[in-house]
Design a protein around this ligand. Structure first.
Ligand code: ASP
Length: 591
């Protein structure tokens, strides 16, 4: 080894020891003829000192070196002179008096500061990702992710799970996105698909008698990029045989509860056991099926009060079978006219025609352009029903159920961010259950699975799959954390007949179904155990535990928002010869 100790580990207990260190020059400064270097390695920083008197040749080298050079130091640990200790540094009581200083590799001036947390353009960070990852924040994120995955592996191993790898070159495994496909050279004109998840393979492992499987699995989905999406991402994929919904939920909840306590003890779970909501409840109370439950501002339905209330907008909405609902923002009662106009513009993006409000100022005075449409009695009822108090802003949207949920769900999040309503140290884990089994796809005029093709309907709703599919519920469960869906799973179909029925329901042509999923149907005829599983997203969970704003911050080498690796330059054009071998011709497009 080039070193006997790491920079960050040295303490007073090492006093008078001769040590050899190797690392990067974090900072260098000259003081009264003596050169001080903050030497950095993965474990931390230590001050090393080159004195021209005691070690003239080392001092000469020390004068040359610059930030980010890689050097090796031999020296003696000594106590820092009184008054010179640095309480902000774990190694701050000591320093290393240099005997020898050896340059292992010089460095060009980096394109951005590595030794300070400053705002750097993300494109530049991604281009020089290897330098970006040297920064303390990113090192912490890499370590956190390692701890998370290690905890998961140990936890599941102790409970009898086997980690099994499944192929990357496979066949379509739809999860609602486009496939990435890979041409086959040996079978001209044929393609593999990269798995959108190992869904079918883990189910087939249950047919194979594995009983408890998991994998830290890479998934590939070709979809439009957003803050929390990447073309490839990682899931904890797991599956169990002979289980019911409750078993998978209990195991997952225990895993992540213990993980949080062990890996991020500074964070607090909102509740143990985790709160549960039906899909409908989540939509009604929070406007979305991935609610952030760390703060109130719950939505309330006052459609019943709207009937005959005297305000036509409301009456019309309710009369047309739509809804009137309110969220309440505490402390927003003194918003200016302009601020309220901005809120109106905000909700219009989500399809609302308008936003009505009643502001209750600190003196309890009501301000609202719609007061004149109501009798005092109606107003009093509305306010007492919503427990409106001085300082509150009552906002309401009257529209179709879908729009009302979307708009008020977005408004809740808007107020969360604007008024800092959510505590970053709280982890609002919860479960969403009883999803609809299928959802109507208006464009294609057919039913789509609300989860995926292999999810089983609730046992008591199986007959509805034929009679009234829209009201059948699926055995699906979603794991939600701080407003993100961080995992989803289900109890699966394990009988051929029911699986075929579902294929038919969602309009999959029997021939196509056979071509794509014939292996699944066939496997179900060979003694398939009842089974179910889940797949929590490692990137999203690490992002939230690390307090980062997007998953790129917890992925070593992510793509940018245009799905490019800007460091290596991928995707890129390949040589004609390669295309020829693959029997592929590229058609020029206007772009
Ligand atoms: N394959 C599913 C997904 O990727 C998870 C599961 O059902 O286990 O969302």
């Amino acid at each position: 080894m080039y070193k006997t100790h790491s920079c960050g580990e040295l303490r007073v207990e090492h006093l008078d020891r001769e040590v050899t260190l190797a690392g990067w020059v974090n900072r260098r400064r000259d003081h009264g003829g003596v050169t001080f270097i903050d030497l950095r390695d993965r474990e931390g920083i230590v001050q090393v000192v080159a004195n021209p008197e005691s070690s003239p040749s080392a001092h000469k080298v020390a004068e040359e070196i610059r930030s980010e050079w890689v050097v090796q130091v031999r020296g003696k640990v000594r106590r820092r002179p009184e008054g010179m200790e640095n309480p902000n540094l774990p190694t701050g009581e000591i320093e290393v008096d240099i005997i020898d200083l050896n340059v292992l590799n010089p460095a060009k001036t980096p394109p951005f500061l590595i030794n300070e947390e400053v705002e750097v353009d993300e494109m530049l960070r991604l281009k020089y990702r290897y330098l970006d990852l040297r920064r303390e924040r990113m090192q912490q994120n890499l370590e956190l992710r390692h701890r998370v995955v290690k905890f998961i592996r140990d936890f599941l191993d102790q409970r009898g799970f086997w980690e099994i790898e499944t192929p990357i070159l496979f066949k379509t495994t739809p999860e609602g996105a486009r496939d990435y496909i890979v041409p086959s050279r040996v079978h001209p004109g044929e393609f593999y698909a990269l798995p959108q998840s190992p869904q079918q393979l883990k189910q087939l492992l249950m047919v194979a008698g594995v009983e408890k499987y998991f994998q830290i699995a890479r998934c590939f989905r070709d979809e439009d990029q957003r803050g929390d999406r990447q073309p490839e991402f990682t899931q904890l994929d797991l599956e169990m045989s002979f289980v019911e919904r409750e078993d998978v939920i209990a195991l997952s909840e225990q895993l992540f509860t213990e993980l949080v306590e062990a890996v991020v003890p500074n964070k607090r779970l909102i509740a143990k056991p985790w709160p549960r909501f039906t899909y409908q409840e989540a939509m009604d109370r929070f406007g979305r099926d991935n609610p952030d439950i760390r703060f109130g501002l719950e939505i309330q339905d006052i459609s019943d009060l709207a009937t005959g209330c005297g305000f036509q907008e409301f009456e019309r909405a309710v009369g047309a079978g739509s809804l009137v609902r309110w969220p309440k923002a505490k402390g927003a009662g003194s918003f200016s006219r302009r601020e309220i106009d901005e809120l109106t513009d905000f909700v219009k993006q989500y399809g609302a025609k308008g936003l009505a409000y009643v502001a209750i100022d600190e003196q309890g005075e009501l301000k609202s352009p719609i007061l004149k449409f109501f009798t005092d009695e109606v107003i009093d009822t509305i306010i007492s029903r919503l427990s409106g108090e001085p300082g509150d802003l009552l906002l309401f949207v009257a529209d179709e159920r879908k729009i009302v949920s979307e708009v008020l769900g977005q408004l809740r999040l808007h107020f969360r961010d604007r008024m800092k309503l959510a505590d970053d140290d709280v982890l609002g884990f919860c479960w969403i259950l009883d999803f609809p089994f299928v959802v109507w796809n208006e464009d294609e005029k057919r039913w789509d699975p609300s989860h995926h093709l292999f999810t089983s309907p609730m046992p008591e709703d199986i007959s509805l799959v034929d009679d009234d599919p829209g009201v059948a519920r699926g055995q699906q469960y979603d794991m939600v954390l701080n407003g993100y869906e961080v995992g989803g799973g289900s109890i699966r179909i394990h009988e051929r007949e029911l699986q075929e029925k579902v294929f038919t329901l969602i309009g999959l042509d029997p021939e196509v179904a056979k071509e794509r999923f014939g292996h699944m149907l066939e496997a179900f005829e060979f003694g398939t155990p009842p089974h179910g599983g889940i797949a929590p997203g490692i990137d999203r969970i690490c992002m939230i535990l690390a307090g980062e704003p997007n998953i790129r911050e917890v992925i070593a080498f992510p793509k940018n928002q245009a799905a490019r690796d800007v460091m290596a330059g991928a995707p890129s054009i390949v040589e004609d010869k390669q295309l020829e071998e693959l029997n592929i011709r590229v058609i020029e497009t206007e772009e």
